[in-house]
Unconditional design. Sequence first.
Lengths: 363, 590
Amino acid sequence: MSPPLLGVGEDEGHSNAMLLASLASLERMCKNGSDLKEQNYMGLSDCSSVDSSNISITSKDNSGRGLNLKATELRLGIPGSRSPERNSEPCPLNSVKLDEKLLFPLCPMKTVVTGNKRGFSDAMDGYTEGKDISTLEVNLTPLPRPSVNPNVKVGSAKEKPATQPAKMKEAMSQNAVEEIPHNKSENILNHVNRANNEKSAPATKAQVVGWPPIRQFRKSTLASASKNTEEVDGKTSGTALFVKVSMDGAPYLRKVDLKTYSAYQELSSSLEKKFSGFTINQYASHGAPSKEMLVESKLNNLLRGSEYVLTYEDKDGDWMLVGDVPWEMFINTCKRLRIMKSSDAIGLAPRAVEKMSRQKIAT
Amino acid sequence: MDPKLKKTKDSSSNSANSPDSTHSSFPFPDEVLERVLSLLHSHKDRSSVSLVCKDWYNAERWTRTKLFIGNCYSVSPEIVARRFPRIKSVTLKGKPRFSDFNLVPQYWGADVHSWLVMFAKVYPFLEELRLKRMTLSDESLKFLATSFPGFKALSLLSCDGFSTDGLKAIATHCKNLTELDIQENGIDDFGGGWLSSFSENCSSLEVLNFASLSSDVSFDALEKLVRRCKSLRILKVNKSISLDQLQQLLVHAPQLIELGTGSFQQELTPWQYEDLETAFSNCKNLQALSGLWEATSLHLPVLYAACASLTFLNLSYAALQSGELAKLVAHSPNLRRLWVLDTVGDKGLEAVGSSCPLLEELRVFPADPYELDLHHGVTEAGFLAVSHGCRKLHYVLYFCRQMTNAAVATIVLNCPDFTHFRLCIMNPGEPDYLTNEPMDEAFGAVVKTCTNLRRLAVSGLLTDLTFKYIGKYAKNLETLSVAFAGSSDRGMQCVLQGCPKLRKLEIRDSPFGNAALLSGVEKYETMRSLWMSACNVTMSACRLLAKDMPRLNVEVMRDEGSDDRQADKVYVYRSVAGPRRDAPPFVLSL
């Protein structure tokens, strides 16, 4: 650990001494080196070294502790590695968090979570072999080099830096580390293991240009299509509540968004409109409404007087008559709607209605 | 291939151009030879024929009517004009494939205009032009439309630089147009008026595909066009055409073989629904179906009647759920090709496996490519299910978020006839999610088992071992796509040294450097092209390659702000035309 290297990151503006301290503590903490092994992978450990001999990290195993040390110290000098919310708290007690923030500065670059257990060293081998030292040096010095890899688009809202620390912390704790290469050459080192992480935490990730390899036309078409789908299925939480509406005898079902109505009357008139094609033209005059149906429920009356009864299936799977409960409760319990023929509903509606009417009379 | 041709090719390969050796042994007069050769259509066969001897070379060049140029910069219009006097149909491909994914800057080139100028001079009777990844302007389209009186067929795939005004010129001037096929281009859509530019006399259309255009066309014009073009066999409309409009079109064109619907979402009255159903069931020749934008379970049943004869179903713009797909494929037992979105999930693919035993090609596209949540999309289970039920599968393009080595090994055991295996595990460097190991063994299994493999795209966490396998076993491999893979130069070297039939190698974001690049120095002239971007190649190696191989064009594009020594994007291709003369400033021809 040579202090001079730390000084390279002069644009960092942080107290190097603090970093030294934290690094030292980090080393002490991660004695087993497994965490640091992953960190080790960051090309920074290679490219930040000024002389090529350091790049002889060609050992096929991740065992070198010395690598860990190098990794921790060399990582400091990354230009363009400013994080907007970089926490300047240097306290070693916060070492895990600190390490993440300082050692993995949040810049709007490709972020890939690394893992261990892979032939990383292989990746590093390949990476180092053909690498120009000069490029590596560039990584170190605060040259006017854009910190954003032109090949890497800044991530979408998902990758706001604000969310990263938490995720990274989680990542750390799950024995994986989030990487922030800032050089396209480091993209190579992004073959990393996110497997464990992915399942548990919705990892943030900046978009890579041209990846996944999908043509522009398809991408833009799907983008708009997925928005439509989401709306229709009500996946977008809370903004829509679509339920299926079936009508006996109709060839197809409809869907209505219950949230767009505030009362039963609105619902029934909307349904009337939607299914008018059937009733008016195909099921016109069918005789006098059965008296049993004409009782109590105002809703039934609205539904063309009598031919049909509007029912719904509630959370328990029971078919209930629409109109019994307050609207809010109805929305919360309704799973689907069915416009039943009155003849089918004989077993259902009258009893319910009678029961209700009896209750009303009683109260 | 004709055994006689093969035999003579072998025996004469040493004396390809010696004037005296063959004339006496082949008693055919030129006319007969030409007559025979005119029956050859495959350009590969024709290339072989032209190498036999000078006579055959001449006979071949006089009888060739279809020109295929896989890389527009590999040859120049002048050279082509000199060699082939009688061309009626041209297929030209331009930019490297990675330009589809925004890796090639705009104004890179591949402009077709100089070709058109030459064609107008030398091939005034040109009838067909098929362009892929070329740039063409409205002026070029207008020039095309007015320079070739007999022009019949225009097909533009993944091209850019033009607008609907150019299409208007085509519709207006090409009186004998039989084919207008516009697919997925970077086109400026100024409105659908171009469709109305077809003359009232135009009744020759056989193929009309404007599915990828966005603006509304005049339905009236379209309907009239469809009505009078009795030979129309392929019709693919865009989203602006509604379901009831589609029904009206179908009534006029029940002879359609391929149909691309418009938007498949509309409030229909029951009669409209029935009419649509009837219209579909009347299309007895329908083999391919696409479009189906916004299709839902509401309207899909109208298709059931037509599904029985379908061999190609393209649902890649319809975000169907598993149940919807299951019902659809249950009616489509004759499917050979299926394209879907991964919204159908593994369950949907299971249904495919059980319903479509004749399936040969499957493409599963991601509905939300940037979504990281593993609960969406398809996994190895879906692929496995298809492989169990569809033993004839030989082409797959599969986007997924997780895969295992074991699954792929089983899949290729089930389906050993893969010719095209394109697996895209969407997170770069993703290992086998069960074992955490690299995906080397998966692709190893693919190349070992599938001896007919011609195209391979790899993904996931891969070390050099994958490439060692590829070099060792993939003896028929022609196209290889690599991204975020490999550990060292050794990987690329194995491929370059081991795959004798390799023609196209495209690599991005992989740790292959100068040694790898230079190890292929003997190989690149046998290939169409090599693309390497975001690898470890430097300018010095590129210069060396360019110097050593004068018949290779070595072009470098540098990213903004990158080091002078770094060769960020390298494109190497063989050419008899020398370095490009139209290269923009950001393309360095070395």
